[in-house]
Design a protein around this ligand. Structure first.
Ligand code: SF4
Ligand code: SF4
Length: 353
């Protein structure tokens, strides 16, 4: 039986700390230093590198569907020597590396990239995955500190519909959870299950609370995002509001200590009140090294990190194209940025709560 997460309720701090095995002072130091810097945006704490936009699933709610459709020519993956150079520049600025996609497991150089991350002594290396191909690459788990896995329903048929794959493929992804559980027990790999609420699974998300609790995994619940906002098809469904109410109840009552996200986060998902965005701290990098400014929804790719001596220098070079900053539109409800923004807002006493 795998070890359960702490019985304490998970807060924003815990979400950030999932990617860092070191004490939280590292994050506090970064945030405290940021306002004193020439510009808050110039002090990244971590980086999210979209390693590839190739994927072996076809989720109807994929927020990277446009990039996946545009294909390899629009976002070519880096050759290994360039990938190593990019990582060196990232490492000069941040301790925490997070690899996302697309599906990182289908990247031809993932293994070498993870070796390089270890050689560069990143304090923490995390990765997102749909797990479909994990059994062919199980060795990568030994080089990771945290994995965020996409599981949207506890049953094969439901998960297959969400991923847009055959039931055989969905069954393989679910079976690969055992590999994660084993790495969690053996070497403390942190596992967080990411469940996207979508019109197909909205009635089954509560089952995911139990499914993840039984396995000792953390659970992050996020609504499907369409064109930079929560899908109207979802919010018009009364089952969506009822689900969020039940999740808020669980948060308040301490009934699901493995449920990530603050109560404020769930309240936002219910009211759909725009959040105050501070899109700082974790720059997004495209497969070829271009920086997304200020966030991956913006579609602004003016600066390539490979053309600068460090990630920090690249972020600074991108500042003139940020426009009104911070962005106050706040309707994208991007889970990671909402929680981070809330944390930054609290630390800077600028929260909109
Ligand atoms: S697994 Fe992720 S990247 Fe692939 S289609 Fe689904 S949401 Fe998109
Ligand atoms: S609110 Fe923040 S995360 Fe959302 S689109 Fe604007 S800058 Fe990006």
């Amino acid at each position: 039986m795998s070890e359960k997460p702490s019985a304490d309720r998970l807060r924003s701090w815990d979400i950030l700390s999932l990617l860092s095995p070191r004490p939280m002072w590292r994050v506090v130091r970064g945030v405290a230093r940021a306002p004193l810097d020439s510009d808050f945006a110039g002090s990244p704490l971590a980086v999210c590198w979209f390693l590839t936009f190739a994927c072996n699933a076809r989720c109807s709610f994929c927020c990277k569907a446009a990039e996946i459709r545009q294909g390899r020519d629009a976002f070519p993956p880096l050759a290994l020597p360039d990938a190593r150079r990019l990582m060196e520049r990232i490492r000069r600025t941040v301790d925490i590396l997070y690899l996302s996609g697309g599906e990182p497991l289908v990247h031809p150089h993932l293994s070498e990239i993870l070796d390089e991350a270890r050689r560069l002594e990143f304090a923490s290396v995390g990765m997102s995955s749909n797990l479909i191909a994990l059994d062919e690459h199980a060795g990568v788990l030994d080089r990771l500190d945290a994995v965020a896995v996409s599981i949207h329903a506890p049953d094969v048929a439901g998960h297959a519909r969400c991923l847009g794959v055959s039931e055989a493929v969905a069954a393989r992804a679910l079976a690969n959870l055992d590999l994660l559980a084993e790495a969690h027990r053996r070497r403390g790999l942190k596992v967080i299950v990411n469940c996207v609420i979508n019109p197909d699974n909205v009635g089954r998300v509560m089952d995911m609370v139990e499914f993840t609790a039984q396995r000792g995994f953390l659970l992050e619940v996020v609504p499907a995002n369409e064109h930079g906002g929560v899908s109207p098809e979802l919010t018009a469904n009364p089952a969506y509001g009822e689900l969020i109410d039940r999740l808020i109840e669980l948060r308040r009552g301490g009934g699901a200590p493995h449920l990530a996200g603050s109560t404020a986060y769930y309240r936002n998902l219910k009211t759909l009140r725009p959040f105050r965005c501070f899109p700082y701290g974790v720059p997004n990098i495209m497969p070829d090294g271009r920086l997304c400014t200020p966030c991956d929804i913006s579609g602004q790719y003016g600066v390539n990190v490979l053309e600068h001596e460090s990630l920090k220098a690249a972020v600074r070079a991108s500042l003139p194209m940020l426009g009104a900053y911070p962005c106050r539109q706040g309707r994208c409800f991007k889970a990671g940025i909402m929680e981070r923004s809330r944390l930054f807002g609290l630390l800077l006493s600028r929260t909109n709560e």
